[in-house]
Design a protein around this ligand. Structure first.
Ligand SMILES: Nc1ncnc2c1ncn2[C@@H]1O[C@H](COP(=O)(O)OP(=O)(O)OP(=O)(O)O)[C@@H](O)[C@H]1O
Length: 269
């Protein structure tokens, strides 16, 4: 393939991973992993504990642990992550991680405003576009009423909704989320899912690591991981994806349809 065709192929995808190896300390966590994440779709990453899902998501975001060695390439919109200007990358790629540290004294509004930093000039005050993005994000996650409270005073689920608002306030074209449903009650899990869907309808790319398999099956595409490798990638409605999911969890779960939705249920016998 010509360089031009390769470049066009890469640009078609939000993210492309080529032959990625990640070692954390002495442990080989990702091994020769290659995949492509389509633009404008919601992709869920699933797999057993320790499969390497969070490590993959962090690599997609260009984050490295202090004891990490890495080879292979990650491309964002056809360009190597390392070739992006930091501010432009921060505008293009938003991140919601697990247990993200936030100063407990900070007001909720200010926490969400941090999501606007890539859009702001050095020491420049927030613009009306920044304030509008923050308000919209806080209202979308039903956190607007707490805007003056300190984040340290919130429950785990309330805090998670504020951090989701911070990620939404970036207004990036790609949103990476690691276990976004952690601590959310069922109605807010549903709200999160509807938010993911509406972002995708607006053309955004959403990538989420999920343990809640019935929510993962509501995505467009599913990536199944095991022992540092991708064992399957396909549409969430494809029977081959359901088979891969059942297999990776040792047939301790089963995928069934109810009212047009795919559900992952425990297999008791
Ligand atoms: N900083 C680290 N140093 C050494 N090993 C690590 C480090 N972080 C994670 N690991 C190991 O890397 C492997 C993959 O971890 P990772 O967090 O990516 O898995 P995961 O699929 O997200 O798991 P879970 O579902 O439990 O969140 C695990 O075996 C874990 O013990």
């Amino acid at each position: 393939m010509s360089d031009h065709a390769t470049q066009a192929g890469l640009a078609m995808h939000a993210l492309t991973v080529q032959a990625l190896n990640v070692q954390l300390g002495e442990r080989e966590v990702l091994r020769q992993l290659s995949l492509q994440i389509p633009r404008g779709r919601w992709t869920a990453i699933v797999g057993p504990n320790g499969a390497g899902k969070s490590t993959l998501l962090r690599a997609l975001a260009g984050m490295r642990a202090s004891n990490q060695k890495q080879s292979g390439d990650v491309f964002l919109q056809g360009r190597k992550l390392a070739d992006w200007n930091g501010r432009e990358r921060a505008k293009a790629l938003a991140w919601l991680g697990q247990n993200q540290p936030v100063s407990a004294d900070m007001a909720v509004y200010d926490v969400v405003m941090l999501g606007r930093l890539p859009h702001q000039g050095w020491l420049a005050p927030a613009s009306s576009a920044d304030r509008q993005a923050v308000e919209q994000a806080l209202k979308r996650t039903h956190a607007w009423d707490w805007r003056q409270r300190s984040i340290g005073q919130l429950s785990g689920g309330e805090r998670q909704r504020v951090l989701l608002a911070r990620a939404l306030a970036v207004q990036a074209s790609t949103l990476l989320m690691d276990e976004p449903l952690a601590n959310l009650d069922p109605p807010h899990q549903t709200d999160w899912m509807l938010t993911a869907r509406s972002l995708v309808q607006q053309g955004m790319t959403v990538v989420s690591v999920l343990h809640e398999l019935s929510f993962a099956l509501l995505a467009d595409e599913i990536i199944v991981m095991q022992a540092g490798q991708v064992t399957h990638q396909g549409s969430c409605s494809d029977p081959a994806s359901h088979a891969a999911l059942e297999a990776v969890f040792e047939h301790r779960i089963q995928v069934r349809e109810l009212d047009g939705l795919w559900l992952a249920l425990p297999r008791l016998r």
